[in-house]
Ligand binder design. Structure first.
Ligand SMILES: O=C(O)[C@@H](CO)OP(=O)(O)O
Length: 229
């Protein structure tokens, strides 16, 4: 039996301000910083240790992983970052306040943009300053990989190659893995691991900075999962 730990980054400044975030590289709030340290303490108290960490290219996740590893006295383990674990790209909604967006477009439409796995938020153009093609960290991505908008299914399509090629490979070598990522990149991964249908994933909400443990069998099939509090 193997244990895999998944965790959503601590509260970000945009979470606190109730704004759509996506690939906007906002920092942790003070509360998020506390949450990250606390998550590390919880893992420490429960006797967890890790051989490798995986996270995204976004600082709210990178810092959450760092602070957790600090609590575990594990800052020395290798950490692999990938844009594939980034949050779902929220298109033209990125940076907007969620309540103001509801006032403008209505609750039903905004809920669809947020939770319907096949619904695209409005797209940005390549001239938009939020286009990842302007950002050095994405310089190795092909034009097809650079999003203008993304639905959850497309997020899943870019998360899974990283899951299969890097994370599964590490677990097959019996490495103990921790993944720090984002609300929607984790929802897409959990949809895959738990084989959830579209309706089930719509109602799946993941709290910030609470370690979610997956127990997996030899074939890396899920036995059970639970949050550590
Ligand atoms: O803004 C975002 O990128 C995400 C996560 O914070 O929000 P939502 O819950 O609407 O998918």
């Amino acid at each position: 039996m193997q244990k895999l730990v998944l965790i959503r980054h601590g509260e970000s400044v945009f979470n606190q301000q109730n704004r759509f975030t996506g690939w906007e590289d906002v920092d942790l709030s003070d509360k998020g910083y506390e949450q990250a340290h606390n998550a590390g303490k919880i893992l420490n108290k429960n006797g967890y240790n890790f051989d490798i960490g995986f996270t995204s290219y976004l600082k709210r996740s990178i810092k959450t992983l760092h602070y957790m590893l600090e609590e575990l006295d594990h800052l020395w383990i290798p950490v692999e970052k990938s844009w594939r674990l980034n949050e779902r790209f929220y298109g033209a909604l990125q940076g907007l306040n969620k309540d103001e967006t509801i006032a403008q477009y209505g609750e039903e439409q905004v809920l669809k943009w947020r939770r319907d796995p096949n619904e695209h938020p409005p797209a940005i153009t390549k001239e938009d300053p939020r286009y990842p093609g302007h950002d050095l960290r994405y310089k190795d991505l092909t034009e097809r990989e650079l999003p203008l908008t993304e639905n959850l299914s497309e997020t899943m399509d870019r998360v899974l190659p990283f899951w299969n090629e890097r994370i599964v490979r590490a677990m097959r070598r019996n490495q103990k893995v921790i993944i720090v990522a984002h609300g929607n990149s984790l929802r897409s991964l959990i949809k895959y691991i738990d084989n959830l249908n579209d309706e089930e994933v719509t109602s799946l909400e993941i709290p910030t900075a609470v370690p979610l443990v997956y127990e997996l069998d030899e074939g890396l099939n899920r036995i059970r999962h639970y949050y550590l509090e």
